[in-house]
Every structure is written in structure tokens, then in C-alpha cells.
Design a protein around this ligand. Sequence first.
Ligand SMILES: [Zn+2]
Length: 90
Amino acid sequence: MIAACAQVGGDYREKVIRKVFNKEVLMHCPFCQDKGILVLEKAGYKGFKTSRGSGRSNTFAVSVKGGYVVITGCKKCGKTKTEVEKGLFG
Ligand SMILES: [Zn+2]
């Protein structure tokens, strides 16, 4: 039971990320070019926000930027998730 709880705790960050970043994409490793890097993609979107002030409300357009989160490292060359993330986006 304790072991099971610990495992759920470890997966928590990934679960939260998966809720927001909903599309899985396979990308090429920036080091060995092997197509085996699992990345989650969040689509950008445009929406509207309403702010209510004193007696009047303003509706304005907001654009939310999409983004990527690296989920796995490279199995082929052994680079870690962090290294791959830096190689791809940093
Ligand atoms: Zn690689």
C-alpha cells in the first residue's frame, strides 16, 4: 500500500502535464537523430476573457501560447530527458 502510494506520487507531475498537454508527438533526438523522443504538445489557442470593473465589463481577446514538454530521454544514445529538452528547445 505504501509502495503504491509512492508510485502515484512519482507519476503526479506527469499526470498534471498530460492533462494540459494533450497531444503525443514523436520527435527526433537532437544528438543521434533517432526518432524516439516522446514529447507532449499543447496547442495554442485564442479565447476571450471578461473583466468586470465598476459598472462595466470589458471583453478582450487573449491568445494562449502552445508549447512542448519532453517526456522521455533517448533510448538509443542514452541522453536524459533534460539533455534532450535542452538540445531541442534550449
Ligand atoms: Zn539519441
